[in-house]
Write a protein that binds this ligand. Structure first.
Ligand code: HEC
Ligand code: HEC
Ligand code: HEC
Ligand code: HEC
Ligand code: HEC
Ligand code: HEC
Length: 468
């Protein structure tokens, strides 16, 4: 990440909005015009190096939000940012969570209990530093010695692979163990000590679409990886400390580490040919982040079926056995909600209900149960589950908001009001809590309170904070 500079001018049109980019001596600005209103936001930070694309972050009242536009190198122009592609009327209200920054920033200072509020200095390091791959560096800097620093290449396979997977294996859900957060991961250990990554397994006999799975998942499908097992990892071909001066020769030499003795068919090109052009071709990027460009399946002959049948959710690696069903249950619920697949939510719910007693103080588990109950319109039960989630995580604005939502849906307006107000005390810019609370105020005829809340939000959303 970097601080935004004089970013290029440009414009993006969507069916219902126009977003214009311009710069002046106070920074780079993004103006969004939609339905007769015009709002102007400063682009404060830039996400991504721009090899393929980069996106923008806006700071509003100590909160980080995503810009709906990104710069695309292949088009040399702006377009809608990853995740906004199909949004007709985009806005600047999507939170930049600690989970985003875990993969994109060096070190940052989130405020516990909020989704996207950060300290007055949001980042202590913008770019990804040594410790993200080599572990804590303090004792090494005091007394430089190979024994007090992690060398990724020399770790046991699961811990070694975890170094790159922390950022390059997004999966369909990432579930922290009870009481932990994703950001608690420390290099040197397998991810599963902290969180489990879940992926979607295609049904037997089918191939997942190349675009939707990460480099790690693709590599696992390759015969190279399957036949050489733990001998092969990301570091076999990539060295984070080296930008290959001649990429064709660099990758060829990697292939020949293992294929020097391979007997090629007579018609096969020479050993001096460009291996990756045929076996790891690049697909033209249609959109920006979170899609793979280079085919890491290393096939004999490239095959691009674009269908992506849905299958089972399975862990990339198993978590510690005592968490297996709890973590899978949460993953099923999160993924089911994201994709709108009720059967998956129900499956997750049943799984959690079975293991619930083993985790009597597990706030995240209660919140997952509450979400299914809320969607299933079991408002009283949902409120009970969220009340437990709040009890064991009393500073979470989003869980207070969920409790408020369940109570409001169940007609308990005054209790709902209390919890939604609490959610806004914990995080004054919790947008979903605010919109729920507005509805409750209007329903109960408290129009003064509603107007006051609406004014406060409008003034914050329309006044960009001071430049970092
Ligand atoms: C699991 C790690 C991970 C998470 C979580 C994640 N990203 Fe990314 N993101 C990446 C990686 C890695 C790339 C580079 C493209 C690739 O290889 O997928 C990327 C690409 C991008 C890009 C395009 C710029 C580029 O370098 O290509 C933007 C913008 C972006 N991410 C924003 C976000 C935002 C905002 C969030 C949170 C909502 C987020 N990302 C969450 C790992 C992540
Ligand atoms: C803290 C998160 C993080 C970790 C850890 C990480 N990466 Fe990345 N990596 C990224 C992001 C984000 C990008 C996208 C580049 C950008 O836009 O800044 C990226 C880009 C890359 C690229 C493309 C480089 C380019 O210029 O396009 C390669 C190759 C890569 N990473 C390999 C690895 C390998 C191998 C490891 C493990 C040794 C690793 N990464 C660990 C976050 C990470
Ligand atoms: C994206 C992950 C990543 C980041 C960030 C990173 N490294 Fe590395 N580093 C590696 C990997 C992987 C290796 C092993 C390379 C190999 O041997 O194949 C390595 C190897 C090294 C080695 C050689 C170790 C040995 O015993 O041979 C040194 C020294 C080193 N890194 C220092 C640093 C410093 C200093 C920084 C910060 C400026 C840094 N690294 C940032 C991934 C990373
Ligand atoms: C760590 C060792 C290793 C590396 C590195 C490696 N491979 Fe392989 N690859 C294998 C093994 C083992 C097989 C199984 C067949 C064999 O023994 O030749 C294989 C098989 C293949 C196949 C046949 C695939 C199929 O489905 O029939 C192709 C094509 C291939 N490799 C290309 C490459 C290319 C291109 C590179 C470099 C980008 C590469 N490999 C790097 C170990 C490796
Ligand atoms: C057999 C060699 C090989 C292995 C192993 C390998 N890569 Fe790559 N990777 C490549 C090649 C080749 C490219 C394209 C580089 C280029 O065109 O300059 C690439 C590109 C990338 C990029 C840039 C985005 C893209 O898709 O083009 C990322 C990120 C990346 N690799 C991550 C990983 C990660 C993470 C792993 C381990 C799970 C991994 N790679 C393992 C060969 C490999
Ligand atoms: C012009 C495209 C092209 C280039 C360049 C190329 N290959 Fe191939 N390769 C193929 C094709 C096509 C096949 C499948 C041949 C067949 O099925 O008869 C193949 C097969 C293979 C196999 C499987 C051999 C077997 O019979 O099991 C390996 C391994 C392999 N290539 C590695 C490499 C390496 C390493 C390089 C670079 C030195 C390379 N290839 C360069 C097209 C290419």
């Amino acid at each position: 990440m970097r601080v935004a500079a004089h970013e290029p001018a440009g414009v993006v049109h969507t069916p219902e909005a126009t977003i214009r980019m311009d710069s002046d001596k106070n920074g780079s600005w993004q103006t969004i015009e939609s339905h007769d209103t015009s709002l102007r936001y400063r682009a404060d930070y830039v996400v991504g190096s721009g090899t393929h694309a980069y996106g923008f972050i806006t700071v509003l009242d100590g909160h980080l939000f995503q810009s709906p536009v990104a710069w695309y190198r292949n088009r040399d122009a702006y377009g809608l940012a990853p995740g906004f592609e199909n949004i007709r009327d985009p806005d600047f209200t999507r939170p930049v969570t600690a989970d985003c920054l875990f993969c994109h920033a060096g070190a940052f200072n989130p405020i516990a209990g909020t989704e996207n509020q950060y300290a007055s200095v949001p980042f202590s390091h913008l770019s990804i530093g040594c410790s993200r791959c080599h572990g804590p560096t303090a004792s090494h800097l005091e007394n430089p010695d190979a024994s007090n620093i992690v060398n990724p290449a020399e770790l046991a396979p699961a811990a070694r692979d975890s170094i790159c997977e922390q950022c390059h294996l997004k999966g369909v859900a990432r579930v922290p163990n009870p009481g932990l957060r994703i950001t608690d991961f420390v290099p040197g250990q397998p991810l599963e000590q902290t969180f489990t990554v879940y992926r979607e397994q295609p049904p037997p006999g089918t191939q997942p679409s190349f675009r939707v799975i990460s480099q790690a998942e693709q590599l696992a499908l390759s015969l190279c990886k399957r036949a050489s097992g733990n001998r092969m990892w990301c570091g076999t071909c990539h060295d984070p400390h080296v930008t290959p001066p001649d990429r064709v020769a660099w990758f060829r030499s990697r292939c020949l580490q293992c294929h020097a003795g391979t007997r090629f068919p007579a018609s096969h090109p020479a050993r001096s040919s460009n291996c990756i052009a045929c076996h790891m071709p690049q697909k033209e990027a249609q959109d920006g982040g979170h899609t793979v460009f280079t085919d890491h399946r290393i096939q004999r002959r490239p095959d691009y079926s674009e269908d992506s049948p849905s299958g089972d959710i399975t862990p990339w690696r198993e978590p510690p056995p005592q968490f297996a069903r709890r973590n899978l249950g949460i993953a099923l619920i999160e993924n089911g909600m994201e994709r709108g697949v009720p059967a998956r939510m129900v499956q997750g719910y049943r799984m959690l209900a079975e293991v619930q007693q083993e985790f009597p103080q597990d706030s995240d588990m209660y919140a997952a149960l509450g979400n299914v109950l809320l969607i299933g319109r079991q408002y009283d039960e949902a409120a009970q589950a969220f009340a437990l989630a709040v009890r064991y995580d009393p500073h979470s604005s989003s869980k207070e908001a969920s409790l408020g939502a369940a109570l409001a849906s169940g007609g308990e307006r005054s209790l709902a009001e209390q919890h939604l107000e609490k959610a806004l005390q914990l995080d004054p810019l919790n947008l979903s809590a605010a919109s729920l609370l507005l509805n409750v105020y209007r329903d109960t005829g408290e129009n003064d309170k509603a107007d006051q809340l609406a004014r406060r939000f409008n003034s914050v959303l329309q006044t960009p904070a001071a430049h970092p």
